[in-house]
Structures are given as structure tokens and as C-alpha cells.
Design a protein around this ligand. Structure first.
Ligand SMILES: Cc1cc2nc3c(=O)[nH]c(=O)nc-3n(C[C@H](O)[C@H](O)[C@H](O)COP(=O)(O)OP(=O)(O)OC[C@H]3O[C@@H](n4cnc5c(N)ncnc54)[C@H](O)[C@@H]3O)c2cc1C
Length: 347
């Protein structure tokens, strides 16, 4: 598009690459600066559920992701140390794809569309101006005096799951097992490290394998882990934030992180990218000011995400209250209504 102003995106993760693809398809020149290199493993449950799937379809990306190995997930089962539910249908199917394959597939699509993508370039400073978008993912934060969250991820083979997705809760956190393509299973967990915890007993593999005699430990008894897929993140802040309160134009986790128990963070990255395409294309053509575009994007993201962030915060709190774990798993097994409601409200 002759005379179109260009957009610079800092961060080539899901939000940044999806926005880049959407803008390239509208004829907007886009440059992405990415600190890392593709392909790479990321700490993620690798379970895409909720409205982000429709956003991917509208952006014309569903078929490409299927070609990259995305497989549908139809069933889920819940476990605590002593209880288990029978597998049940997900209210709407999810999509499972390794981040090792997903991010590189999106990067290729972006480049094939003519987008400029620089790898290994970390942009410093918070101060992004006109024409610049922050899609740098989660902001490491430690909550003073509070629990500190960290995430771990490892791929495994030789694991036979009862459902496409298994959620195992324990007093220390939770682990999701997600069936990927080619016989792989993603083992991903979120754990808390208390303020007075010296960290002496924190062996990552033990945390991911679960407590002795737990259903998780049993499930992973014969697992063959892919050491190269191991990754970890720490200092996660799960306090909901508003896009309008952020400095500059932010998308995805750079706005706020939704508690991972929902499996909705990737969806929010795709949705926020889709929300941004039309206003940024209008700015690029000179039909809207930067302030107008930024205001519209922030307002639309906040109204799309506000309710689910509140529900997710409370759901996560309930699930991580040790005394409630057995009753919640029992309730999820008995009452279809309870967990369908929790599923719907958090996505
Ligand atoms: C334990 C755990 C489990 C999860 N499970 C799920 C799940 O099952 N389903 C789900 O939907 N979501 C899940 N999530 C959340 C999901 O991973 C994120 O919401 C999603 O990755 C956000 O995408 P993003 O594009 O905003 O950020 P990212 O994917 O993190 O991308 C940000 C990119 O910016 C780059 N970057 C950062 N700083 C700079 C800089 N200064 N300059 C240049 N580049 C920079 C990074 O290298 C990265 O590539 C989980 C998260 C955790 C922690």
C-alpha cells in the first residue's frame, strides 16, 4: 500500500506475530524485533481454548496451524492426590500444538507475507511511541511478601492419558498433561514458592512428576522425558491489569497474564492481536490518530477480558486452596454444571 505508515512490534511471540500477519494482509509494512530465536520451547500448557480459536480462523490461520501439527482436544479429566473424575467432553473442543512448532509456523507465515522479522534483538526501555507496539509477553514481578509463581514445562513420550487433557492439582500447584501430535505429551505446571520458602527442595522434575503415590506420579511412571524441551519461568504476576493503564500500546501478556489454570492466555494473545489490526491499519493509512487507535484497542481489550480475568483469579485461588482440592475435584465429577460454568466464564 503506497504511502502507508509502518508499524514496529517489539516481541515476536503469539500476540506480536499474529498482529504482524493481520497487518501484512492489510498491506501495512511491519517490522518485528524478537529477543530470541525460532524454534524454541516455551513454558505453556500448549492448549488453545476459547475465543482465540475463532480469532485464528478469522485471520485465516486455522489451516496453517493444522498443517503445523495442531490436534483437537475433546476430553478432560481432573485429579487431586486422592480423587479423580471420569473423562468428560470439553464444552467446546480445544486445539493442542507445541509452542516449538506454533511460534515458528507463525514466524514463517509472517515472513512469507513480506514482514520483516529480526531475531536475537532485544529492545530495551518501556517507552514506546507512535507506530510501536509492545508484545513482549509477561512482565516478571515479585509480589512483596506474597507467593511467587513459577512455571515448568517438559515434553514426554510413553505416557498413556485417560483424556486429551488431564489436570492434576496438589497443594503446591497444578500440572496439566496435554496430548500433542506424534505421541508426545506436554507436561506443564504452575507452582508457588512461599515467601519463607528456602527453595531447598525444589527439584523441577519431581514437581512435574507429582507427589509419591499420586495419580500424576502413576501416570508419568514410565514417561520418557525429552530433556531438550525443558524450560522454566519465574516471577509471574497473576494480578489482573488493564490495557488502558499500561504505558504505550500493549498486547497479549504484556497487558496482563490470566492465571494459566484457564488455558486462555494464548487465546487472549490472538484476540488482542485481532482487535488491534483494524485500528492500526486505519492509523497506517492516515485515517486515525495514534491516540485514537491506541484508545480503541485498549478499550476493546479491556472490555473483552475484564470478566474472565476476575473469574480466573477466583478459580485459581479456589483450586490452589489445599483443603478445597478434593471437594472441587469431587464436584467437577458430580456436577456438569459447575465446571461448564467455570469453563465458560474464564474464556
Ligand atoms: C505455566 C504456564 C502454563 C500456561 N499454559 C497455557 C495454556 O495451556 N494455554 C494458553 O492459552 N496459555 C497458557 N499459558 C499462557 C501463554 O503461554 C501466554 O499467555 C502466551 O504465550 C502469551 O503470548 P504473548 O505473545 O503475549 O507472549 P509470549 O508468547 O511470551 O511472547 C513474547 C515475546 O516477546 C519477546 N520479548 C520479550 N521482551 C523482549 C524485548 N525487550 N525485545 C524483543 N523481544 C522481546 C520474547 O522473547 C517472546 O518471544 C501458560 C503460561 C504459563 C506460565
Amino acid at each position: 500500500m503506497a504511502g502507508a505508515k509502518s508499524i514496529t512490534i517489539v516481541g515476536g511471540g503469539l500476540a506480536g506475530l499474529t498482529l504482524g500477519i493481520g497487518l501484512c494482509r492489510r498491506g501495512v509494512p511491519v517490522t518485528i524485533w524478537e529477543a530470541g530465536h525460532y524454534p524454541r520451547h516455551r513454558v505453556c500448557g500448549e492448549f488453545i481454548s476459547g475465543r482465540g480459536q475463532a480469532a485464528l480462523a478469522r485471520l485465516g490461520l486455522r489451516e496453517e496451524l493444522a498443517a503445523a501439527g495442531a490436534v483437537p482436544a475433546q476430553t478432560v479429566a481432573f485429579y487431586s492426590a486422592t480423587r479423580a473424575t471420569a473423562p468428560r467432553s470439553l464444552p467446546s473442543p480445544a486445539l493442542c500444538l507445541s509452542r516449538f512448532k506454533l511460534d515458528v509456523a507463525l514466524a514463517k507465515i509472517f515472513r512469507d507475507l513480506g514482514g520483516e522479522l529480526f531475531e536475537g534483538r532485544r529492545v530495551s526501555g518501556d517507552d514506546l511511541g507512535e507506530g510501536q507496539v509492545r508484545a513482549t509477553g509477561r512482565r516478571p514481578e515479585v509480589e512483596p511478601g506474597g507467593a511467587r509463581w513459577f512455571g515448568l514445562k517438559l515434553h514426554a513420550r510413553n505416557v498413556s492419558l485417560a483424556a486429551d487433557l488431564e489436570m492434576h492439582v496438589s497443594p503446591r500447584g497444578y500440572v496439566g498433561l496435554c496430548r500433542l501430535s506424534d505421541g508426545e505429551v506436554n507436561v506443564c505446571g504452575l507452582f508457588r514458592k512461599g515467601a519463607g520458602d528456602d527453595g531447598g527442595n525444589l527439584n523441577s522434575r519431581d514437581l512435574l512428576r507429582g507427589q509419591p503415590f499420586s495419580p500424576l506420579r502413576e501416570r508419568l511412571a514410565g514417561a520418557v522425558f525429552a530433556a531438550e524441551s525443558f524450560c522454566a519461568v519465574a516471577g509471574l504476576s497473576l494480578r489482573p491489569q488493564q490495557a488502558a493503564a499500561r504505558a504505550g500500546l500493549c498486547l497479549g501478556d504484556a497487558i496482563t497474564m490470566i492465571p494459566p489454570v484457564t488455558g486462555n492466555g494464548m487465546s487472549m494473545a490472538f484476540e488482542s492481536a485481532e482487535v488491534a489490526v483494524t485500528p492500526l491499519a486505519a492509523w497506517s493509512r492516515g485515517e486515525a490518530s495514534w491516540i485514537e487507535a491506541r484508545w480503541k484497542i485498549s478499550r476493546d481489550c479491556d472490555s473483552a477480558f475484564a470478566r474472565r480475568l476476575v473469574w480466573a483469579k477466583w478459580l485459581q485461588r479456589l483450586i490452589l486452596t489445599p483443603a478445597l482440592q478434593d471437594p472441587l475435584v469431587a464436584l467437577a465429577g458430580r456436577s456438569d454444571g459447575f465446571w461448564r460454568m467455570a469453563f465458560a466464564r474464564t474464556r
